[in-house]
Design a protein around this ligand. Structure first.
Ligand code: SAH
Length: 214
């Protein structure tokens, strides 16, 4: 996980000092000598549950250093992540993202400590690290200075509830595969209209649900 953050686009943001990502191992906060962080579920059944104490100890040690705007638990039964949520989270100062394992975390943490629950899709992964990395990447790239061309994020899919239009680069003719003429016309107004039209068509065809929302 460390290496994902070191080799992603977010490393540049870290080098520039505009984003900090710190990884914390819950096990370092276990309260017993076996470094135990999970236990059997009450009521029986397969699968371990992450215990309250180590998670709380970790969160409290972080809260001693700074104030957090959100404590987010990544979980398949959370709110489905979308661009709108990412946009609003990118405006926050400090966020804790909690990754579960096994059957998940003790429900009482979700009731009393977690402020928001987010799912990255309707499927179950074995741990919350990948979902947390997805969230960090999605948020991080919106912070001004992270992407080379800052306006680029604004023309990506889901901003304005539309999918992005198709993009092309050189050569304009690849063995007969042509780039649409309008993109070579130099007429900014026509190009913008064409892109908007393409976005609308693509959204209608692939994701009509986006046009119905809000
Ligand atoms: N028993 C849980 C699944 C636990 S999966 C249930 O049925 O809902 C173990 C951990 O992986 C979870 O605690 C969560 O942090 C993470 N995880 C798995 N799938 C995820 C998803 N789609 N979105 C976000 N987090 C997920």
């Amino acid at each position: 996980m460390q290496s994902f953050f070191e080799h992603s686009i977010l490393q540049r943001a870290k080098n520039k000092g505009i984003l900090e990502v710190h990884l914390h191992n819950i096990r370092d906060h276990s309260t017993n000598k076996h470094k135990q962080i999970d236990d059997y579920q009450f009521g029986g059944g397969a699968g371990m549950v992450m215990m309250i104490e180590p998670i709380l100890a970790c969160i409290e040690s972080l809260q001693k250093e700074r104030k957090y705007d959100e404590i987010i638990y990544m979980t398949p039964d959370g709110e489905l992540l979308n661009q709108k949520m990412v946009n609003s989270l990118s405006l926050k100062e400090n966020i804790i993202i909690l990754s579960g394992h096994y059957k998940g975390i003790d429900e009482r943490l979700r009731e009393h400590i977690v402020t928001r629950e987010i799912s990255i899709g309707s499927y179950v992964l074995s741990g919350g690290e990948l979902p947390a990395a997805v969230l960090v990447d999605a948020i991080g790239r919106l912070i001004p200075g992270v992407l080379n061309d800052e306006t680029s994020a604004l023309t990506d899919s889901f901003q304005d509830n539309l999918l992005a239009p198709p993009v092309y680069t050189r050569p304009a003719d690849y063995n007969g595969w042509q780039v649409p003429d309008v993109l070579l016309s130099g007429n900014d107004k026509l190009i913008e209209e064409w892109r908007h039209q393409q976005s609308m068509e693509r959204t209608q065809k692939r994701r009509p649900d986006l046009l119905e929302n809000d």
